[in-house]
Design a protein around this ligand. Structure first.
Ligand SMILES: NC(=O)c1ccc[n+]([C@@H]2O[C@H](COP(=O)([O-])OP(=O)(O)OC[C@H]3O[C@@H](n4cnc5c(N)ncnc54)[C@H](OP(=O)(O)O)[C@@H]3O)[C@@H](O)[C@H]2O)c1
Length: 259
């Protein structure tokens, strides 16, 4: 009887410790696509997940996931709305965030970023969201990351932002430029927060079948990776990040990408 009581105490103690030790991940643009998959996978492993999005009204899958998992908290965030970013930072003041995943992004209207059709408003929209948004969120939440155990800030980049890569010109000029700017901005943060122990991961997901990819290749996206596979690979890369890889673009398979 005494042994059973002691065993129960140990189990209860371990459960309490694991709940208290649960690491926290925050994901931007988590209502669909790659962001939603990050939420699913981290939540399934017992992480505390802060799933942010600018609008949850159509996010059926995320809403039911959050209803079924107490470890998922939904919080509003539009990454290019300064008030929204400030409000989130205020609500999360003092809360450690082990991994901040800057996933939210836009492709932008394709004809408006193709030579001959360039539109300033589309350039600004794509640069604001893809390049500035991640910087703004990382800056606003950096104290939360520094206060955590893992101290990782991630940006989801793209092979489209590799200057020395095969593709240039063509229909995605602004998107490509935004990812180049994102990479440089995140490399800057890697330098700026190095002394605080923060590691910055700049990770490309590969071609993944999401709404964004379908805007580019239509139904042919069915031949791309499923979000499950890409996110599972990226999570391994995130888990293995070290100060040596901070600020270096990496592919979802962990290989270094050229600039
Ligand atoms: N899919 C690919 O093949 C691929 C390849 C390379 C890189 N990526 C990158 O992976 C990331 C995720 O893309 P995805 O394929 O999952 O695209 P997606 O399905 O189009 O999802 C984009 C997400 O970003 C959110 N978002 C856009 N603007 C936002 C803002 N101002 N504030 C907050 N959230 C905002 C969207 O929210 P709303 O629903 O509110 O619009 C949505 O949740 C992006 O950074 C993308 O550039 C994707």
């Amino acid at each position: 009887m005494t042994r059973l009581f002691i065993a129960l105490l140990i189990v209860a103690g371990a459960a309490a410790a694991s709940a208290a030790d649960a690491a926290t991940v925050l994901v931007t643009g988590s209502n669909r696509g790659i962001g939603l998959e990050f939420v699913k996978q981290y939540a399934a492993e017992g992480w505390t997940v802060i799933a942010t999005a600018r609008d949850f009204s159509d996010a059926k899958e995320l809403n039911s996931l959050a209803a079924a998992n107490k470890n998922i908290t939904l919080m509003k965030l539009d990454i290019v709305d300064e008030d929204s970013v400030k409000a989130l930072a205020k609500d999360l003041k003092g809360k450690p965030i082990d991994i901040l995943i800057n996933n939210a992004g836009v492709l932008g209207d394709i004809p408006s970023q193709t030579f001959g059709g360039y539109k300033l408003s589309v350039f600004q929209q794509v640069m604001n969201v893809n390049a500035f948004g991640a910087l703004a969120v990382s800056e606003a939440l950096h104290d939360n990351v520094i206060a955590s155990s893992q101290k990782k800030i991630i940006a989801i980049t793209s092979g489209a932002g590799i200057i020395s890569g095969k593709g240039a010109g063509g229909p995605l000029s602004f998107y490509r430029q935004s990812k180049v700017a994102l990479n440089m901005g995140m490399r800057g943060i890697a330098h700026d927060l190095k002394d605080k122990g923060v590691i910055v991961g700049i990770i490309a997901p590969g071609a993944v079948d999401t709404a964004m990819r379908r805007e580019i290749v239509g139904d042919k996206a069915i031949n791309d990776q499923r979000p499950e596979a890409s996110v599972s690979s990226m999570r391994k890369v995130i888990a293995g990040l070290s100060p040596a890889s901070s600020g270096q673009p990496l592919n979802y398979d962990g290989k270094e990408m050229p600039w």
